[in-house]
Write a protein that binds this ligand. Structure first.
Ligand code: PRE
Length: 94
């Protein structure tokens, strides 16, 4: 079996070609997602720094509930887990 067949798990050259092409698209999408997460972290930091400088707290739980609801409506229950991970990345663990 050739190396590309082995890497993709496919059993034919045709399937291996389709899988390799789709994986390239996934890698490109993941790069964009990572860039958006980093952009989200930077914007979130601006908000948190402004609130703390004004005498407020880093965390705003009512806003976090809105964010969790937004992801849950769009993606179902796993969306809540995704939003919790994003919030942890943006404001640290609480
Ligand atoms: O919207 C805010 O007030 C933020 O501070 C941003 C953010 C977020 O990353 O979405 C981060 C921390 C807060 O607890 C709530 C939400």
């Amino acid at each position: 079996m050739s190396d590309v067949l082995d890497k993709t798990g496919a059993r034919t050259d045709e399937a291996a070609g389709v899988i390799s092409g789709a994986r390239e698209r996934i890698d490109a999408i993941d790069d964009r997602i990572i860039g958006l997460v980093q952009e989200r972290m930077a914007v979130s930091a601006v908000i948190q720094e402004e609130r703390i400088a004004s005498g407020g707290r880093r965390v705003n739980l009512s806003r976090e509930m809105e964010v969790l609801g937004h992801y849950r409506e769009a993606l179902g229950k796993p969306g809540t887990s995704l939003a919790m991970t994003l919030l942890e990345l943006c404001r640290g663990r609480i």
